[in-house]
Design a binder for this molecule. Sequence first.
Ligand SMILES: Cc1cc2nc3c(=O)[nH]c(=O)nc-3n(C[C@H](O)[C@H](O)[C@H](O)COP(=O)(O)O)c2cc1C
Length: 444
Amino acid sequence: MQVVAVPGLPRIDHTSNLAELIHHATITWPDGTSGLHDGDVVVITSKIVSKVEGNVVASDNRDELIDQESVRTLATKHHARGTTRIVETHHGLVMAAAGIDASNVDAGTVVLLPKDCDASARRIRQELQDLTGKRLGVIITDTMGRAWRNGLTDNAIGIAGLVALDDHTGKQDQFGRTLEMTVIAIADEIASAADLVKGKSVGNPVAVVRGMDQFVTDEDGPGAAPLIRAREEDLFWLGTAEAIQEGQKTAVANRRTVRRFTAAPVIDEIIHEAIAAAITAPAPHHSTPWRFLVLRNEPKREQLLDAMREKWIADLKATSEFDDESITKRLARGDLLRTAPVIVIPFIDMADGTHTYPDDARNAAERDMFMVAGGAAVENLLVSLAAHDVGSAWIGSTIFCPDTVRAVLDLSESLQPLGAIAIGYADSPAKDREPRNPPDFILE
Ligand SMILES: Cc1cc2nc3c(=O)[nH]c(=O)nc-3n(C[C@H](O)[C@H](O)[C@H](O)COP(=O)(O)O)c2cc1C
């Protein structure tokens, strides 16, 4: 492989013809040959393509220009020199400041990226092939920063007549193992190799790479599009700070009651993390009165639910409002706690930190206060589960039969159950909820 710069190009502006200039330049190779050969790849800095295409604008409002050139902002970083915005351009490229460049241009102006980099590459290729009669590949490059690694590299943002990705999937390595994920960004590698001779300050905006002819194609091909990772496959489609903020903003609203679960199990780590979130709730008197019982397929779960069911039937029968049919219907609603992959029963331990008063009114208020702290903990737990995409339904039933719960589970009198939470992965997404209007909830 050989890489040489195209020397002696004049200052490029909108009157320049790049193909003509490259064709007439004196390109000399280490082996003494000159000019372009079949299979050469001509690598052109996007900035001069933009200059030829008249994509140079006044730099009055850089932020507005970035907005105009981008479809979304992934990350914003404030630092001593100002603010850097990493955006996705309308081409689908993710880069700082939408690739707007103020270096090597007249003061007061900046260069935007070419509007359609593949179209520019195809046009230049056609002209160069017509002039030289050779079969060439053309890459238009821009310099980009990288997630995880310091330092800039040149990348292919426009391509004609060259394979962008060299897919080794299914081939065998030297030890006979089948490669499963190896797809080489060949056009980016060629772009970077060319940059080694182009250089930023030397001012050679074009280089030619020889020896990569196995990747040069007759057709113009799909351009640089194959190099862009689809958003749904991109694990990093948002900056870290932005992703955290988005999570914080949406976590609470993402919790919805889920009443139908798949059979997929919910691992202990997720349940423990949810309990960890629960026990960060506020509580009176600096107390920590929360307790949780986690039940999966233990016989106790059936026993408890059977006992609660008996108690409920007895309660319903005790009032004449309910006939057998409506009792059966009501009981069916409790099935969720039998079928969910896991249930958590939250409790408040009234022996942990409560104050005792001489009068009933204050003791009742104290109890309310601890129940409220229990509610806060349960909400934390549900929100944490939702953050893991785990669904939950907080079912109130154990609140109505605390004695039964304590008797079956052999628990202390001081433990007050706060319902039971059915937990699992949602069978289908929750229906959208009508937005609620905060002022409607604010008392005047
Ligand atoms: C203390 C409490 C008890 C609840 N009990 C039940 C219940 O017994 N059965 C049920 O299906 N949902 C129960 N829910 C869930 C509510 O019905 C649910 O939160 C409400 O419909 C709003 O829906 P969302 O949670 O998706 O916002 C209970 C919720 C709370 C806070």
